[in-house]
Design a protein around this ligand. Structure first.
Ligand code: NAD
Length: 504
């Protein structure tokens, strides 16, 4: 197994080599089971484009089996009806602990599958996933209803907050374990039984942690993982009458299909989608901090973040100065294979298809008059087999061009000057998206004015990219429905029941 990886890679942990050695099957009703069609698909290493592992390709019949298992676990009460809230809490806490115990293994799996640097997976993705579970482990014992002071004196009215039921959780490839955890931690805390459908590009970590759920004490059927393609495994969950809710993170385009596909049983749908976040640097900001912060606002995770600060607006009087700081910081970014023994800041983009998409945007921008400050090319030499793109800064971009309006989801930033506060509010909000926005200023009044005026679910001021399990996260406009994290995610995965009792 190991010889298919370049010699420059760190050694695979034996557990990782073992896990990748055989086809990895869906996890249904507490065990790995063969797909009913016997079909598999390959997941690739984006740093080399080479085969990594063979994965069970789930289709409708497998989705039926997973839904049946989750339905039984929910309806017959193993998780929600029979277990106490305190015991559910302990299971979730134990899963967090097990993720920490297996952190080195999971980090290698995410690094191999996604291409991100191993140290990033090990110090960011995996610990944040465990933290998310620790936070939500506290919730089962705190999900409360209310008593309502209704008018008739002989009536007592109260509310119960109950799980939605069987929930399909469809996740993307950019932070493979973390994005799935953002969904399954609150869904489980609220008492739902779940089916995780990881992205076909990065199914490994979700499939690996499935077995940890048994060790953590989850009854069979509570936590299922259904790997496969979106149009097959994903769509089967979306249209299934036995699924009560879909939690989705991914592109706006697929979200529209999910909304359409969900109408059969009017299942609940929550959506965390894309963005084209405006990042605004005012002349009165700490310009050095703004230049460094703006570099990582876009190039963090290779621009493959829904919150990437891909529209960089710089006040005209400091445009050259900030651009220069951005260029210097960008040129210091080291790009290479995620599993390399050498420490890189960024890996490849996720796939050949995505690389072509990203380069297509760059080429179109250049053809329309944009100018490259740095980057602009696919990387060659030792990196030519993988999907590596140079971190790219473009200027001379007009607001109406596609590169300034559409989500590129790669390491490409458009830097554009502006002159006035009111102008920049209007330009920043002139987008179909509304996930995140940010600004750099020392002027408190300006900061508050923009925090209110910008139409986005998260606003960062003199910082970028902060998220935490306790703080709600989600989008305005076409960036989604609902809020994940914090108490809001508990609301997202529960129904409210109103109970009336006649007291005389
Ligand atoms: P994608 O929409 O292509 O795929 C996401 C998931 O949906 C995958 O698991 C895929 O298999 C599945 N899918 C595809 N077609 C489907 C269908 N017809 N029915 C059901 N499921 C289907 O997105 P991606 O390329 O994996 O991820 C990138 C996108 O995710 C970007 O737009 C990014 O902004 C967004 N994203 C948003 C957030 C957020 O929290 N708002 C976080 C991360 C990524």
């Amino acid at each position: 197994m190991v010889d298919k990886f370049p010699e420059t890679y760190v050694s695979l942990l034996p557990e990782v080599a073992d896990f990748l050695a055989k086809p990895i099957m869906p996890y249904i009703n507490g065990e790995y089971v063969a797909t009913l069609s016997g079909q598999t698909f390959d997941t690739l290493d984006p740093s080399t484009g080479r085969y990594l592992a063979s994965i069970g390709r789930c289709m409708l019949d497998d989705a039926n089996a997973a839904v049946q298992a989750a339905r039984r676990a929910f309806d017959e009460g193993d998780w929600w009806q029979k277990m106490s809230a305190a015991d559910r809490s302990k299971c979730i806490w134990r899963l967090a602990e097990l993720i920490e115990v297996h952190a080195d293994i999971i980090a290698q799996l995410d690094s191999l599958d996604n291409g991100k640097p191993l140290h990033t997976a090990r110090t960011v993705d995996v610990p944040l996933s465990a933290d998310h579970l620790y936070y939500y482990a506290g919730w089962p014992t705190k999900i409360e209803g209310s008593t309502i002071p209704v008018s008739p004196q002989n009536m007592f009215n109260y509310t119960l907050r109950e799980p939605v039921g069987v929930v399909g959780l469809i996740s993307p490839w950019n932070y493979p374990l973390l994005m799935a955890t953002w969904k399954f931690a609150p869904a489980l805390a609220a008492g739902n039984c779940i089916i995780v459908k990881p992205a076909e590009q990065t199914p490994l970590s979700a499939l690996y942690i499935a077995k940890l759920t048994a060790e953590a004490g989850f009854p069979p059927g509570v936590f299922n993982v259904l790997p496969g393609y979106g149009e097959e495994a994903g769509a089967a969950l979306v249209t299934h009458d036995g699924v009560d809710k879909i939690g989705f993170t991914g592109s706006t385009e697929v979200a529209q299909k999910i909304v359409q596909g969900s109408v059969g049983n009017l299942k609940r749908v929550s959506l965390e989608l894309g963005g084209k976040a405006p990042n605004i640097v005012f002349a009165d900001a700490d310009l050095e901090a703004a230049a460094i912060g703006s570099t990582w606002a876009i190039f963090g995770n290779n621009g493959q973040s829904c919150t990437a600060g891909s529209r960089l607006y710089i006040e005209r009087s400091v445009f050259e100065q900030v651009l220069d700081g951005l260029e210097q910081a960008t040129k210091r970014i080291k790009v290479g294979p995620g599993m390399s023994q050498e420490k890189y800041n960024l890996g490849p983009v996720i796939s050949d298809e995505h690389l072509k998409r990203v380069m297509g945007y760059v080429d179109e921008g250049l053809a329309q008059g944009a100018q490259v400050i740095t980057g602009g090319q696919r990387m060659s030499g030792d990196l030519k087999e993988g999907y590596f793109v140079e971190p790219t800064i473009l200027i001379n971009v007009a607001d109406q061009q596609r590169i300034a309006r559409e989500e590129i989801f790669g390491p490409v930033v458009c830097a554009m000057p502006f002159d006035h506060v009111n102008e920049i509010i209007q330009r920043a909000n002139d987008t179909d998206f509304g996930l995140a926005a940010g600004l750099w200023t020392k002027d408190l009044s300006k900061a508050h004015k923009l925090a209110k005026a910008l139409r986005a679910g998260t606003i960062w001021i003199n910082t970028w990219g902060n998220t935490e399990a306790s703080s709600p996260f989600g989008g305005y406009k076409q960036s989604g429905y609902g809020r994940e994290m914090g108490k809001e995610a508990i609301d997202l995965y529960t129904e409210v029941k109103s109970v009336w009792i006649k007291t005389d």
